[in-house]
Write a protein that binds this ligand. Structure first.
Ligand SMILES: Cc1ncc(COP(=O)(O)O)c(C=O)c1O
Length: 416
């Protein structure tokens, strides 16, 4: 314990003397499965069943009928949009608070992403704002479950049904998030998951697309496998496709990751709830809202809202630096899509040569997404796998910084 309580950023001893558990987690199971795949000689999906069987188990876990093992969580979105027959002239609603891929996948299929503002508490797409953005060109909504917090799936399913729209759930952050007893990704036409290194289950890269409909599954598979038709001659290409197949190596690693996932999800959830309870006692801090219809949250990040006025006007970036100095593993909020230069400067080449999107992204504002980007703190999920008391060190670090916020502000004004 640091006797004078000075925050680490002002030279005190950090709250954390040891680091949190590392990510990714792996053990002999990954090693054995990888070696088995090597020895079996079936290194691509055409010769083996490892990746396909993993994807099917992953789909089962989330309550969907089909799972496709693909290259990453950007390509899964692209394959979902292609399977839904979305292309030039079509508009797809995308929430402002997300990674660029949720919108760039729309551009990749030559459709137009239309940005929609978010619910300020969950940070997910606001169904009311989504409805207001629907035009006669709108074909789909991409709902992102931000940091694993489920978007309002009841409202979105109802909205899409009423307007005849496709619903693609971008679940890149939300492995293991359950909504009213069923996994996310199984509510819309497709659920798209990323298995990139930082995600809750990883093979370094990778993606899984889940869905319930046979025809949509076949269409996504055809696109991801060079336009082939399942069960037909290898060189029969019925439609235009590409190669988005996951390797068997990735499948082997992901099978091991899936086998330990349920227990990790349980631990992360219990720790997240305890941390929320502790942080919510601190003036100026409010955890990302968990909708009561969400049973479990697959916390890709742990996110809380930060009100500087309760911290002597200490800005967000210095707060993040002070938390990092205390040993808290920090992430960072995405900027709002409305602030990304690719959109502001209309840099959509080389695919989009002919179609003017008809949207002036440079003058578009999403006040709630922009505010969230400037006022939310994102922590790495690996801390949620620590012992409970270690997890609660995060709240102790925040409290300490609050006690000394005025001093941190004063010293930084004097360049200390
Ligand atoms: C919300 C969201 N969608 C899609 C992706 C794309 O996933 P990948 O990196 O596997 O292509 C990411 C990646 O971070 C993401 O955060």
């Amino acid at each position: 314990m640091n006797t004078n309580d000075a925050p680490a950023i002002l030279g005190g001893t950090p709250v954390r003397s040891a680091d949190y558990p590392p990510w990714p987690v792996w053990d002999d199971d990954e090693r054995t499965r990888l070696l088995h795949t090597l020895d079996a000689g079936g290194w691509w999906q055409g010769d083996g069943a490892v990746a396909a069987s993993f994807a099917q188990q992953f789909a089962d876990y989330h309550g969907a009928r089909h799972g496709l093992a693909l290259t990453n969580g950007t390509h899964t979105l692209e394959a979902a949009l292609i399977a839904c027959d979305i292309g030039e002239g079509d508009e797809v609603l995308v929430p402002g608070m997300t990674f660029v891929a949720s919108a760039s996948a729309v551009l990749a299929v030559n459709a137009t992403p239309v940005f929609v503002d978010i619910d300020p508490d969950t940070l997910c797409i606001d169904p009311v704002a989504a409805e207001a953005a629907i035009t006669d060109r709108t074909r789909a909504i991409i709902a992102v479950h931000v940091a694993g917090a489920a978007a309002d799936l009841d409202a979105l399913v109802e909205l899409c049904t009423r307007h005849g729209l496709r619903l693609v759930e971008d679940c890149a952050h939300a492995h293991g998030t359950f909504w009213r007893g069923r996994g996310v990704g199984s509510w819309g036409d497709f659920g798209s998951f990323s298995m990139q290194r930082s995600k809750l289950m990883t093979a370094g890269e990778g993606g899984v697309l889940i869905c319930n409909d046979d025809a949509l599954r076949d269409a996504a598979w055809a696109y991801a496998d060079c336009g082939r038709v399942k069960g037909e001659w290898f060189y029969h290409h019925a439609t235009v496709g590409t190669n988005l197949r996951m390797t068997e190596w990735q499948g082997a690693v992901l099978q091991a990751q899936l086998d330990r996932f349920a227990e990790q999800n349980r631990v992360r959830n219990a720790n997240a709830l305890a941390l929320i309870a502790a942080l919510d006692q601190i003036p100026g801090i409010r955890a990302q809202r968990r909708d009561p219809r969400m049973n479990t949250q697959g916390n890709y990040c742990f996110v809380f809202h930060y009100d500087t006025s309760e911290f002597a006007d200490l800005p967000l970036r210095p707060l993040e630096a002070a938390l990092a100095a205390e040993g808290v593993p920090m992430g960072v909020s995405y900027p709002s899509l409305s602030d990304l230069s690719v959109f502001r400067n209309h840099r959509f080449g080389p695919r989009r040569r002919t179609h003017d999107p008809g949207i002036d992204y440079a003058h578009l504002h999403l006040p709630r997404a922009e505010h969230a980007a400037a006022s939310t703190v994102w922590l790495q999920h690996r801390l949620l796998l620590a012992e409970r008391d270690d997890v609660l060190d995060v709240a102790r670090a925040v409290e300490r910084i609050r006690r000394h916020a005025a001093e941190i502000v004063r010293r930084s004004a004097h360049g200390a």
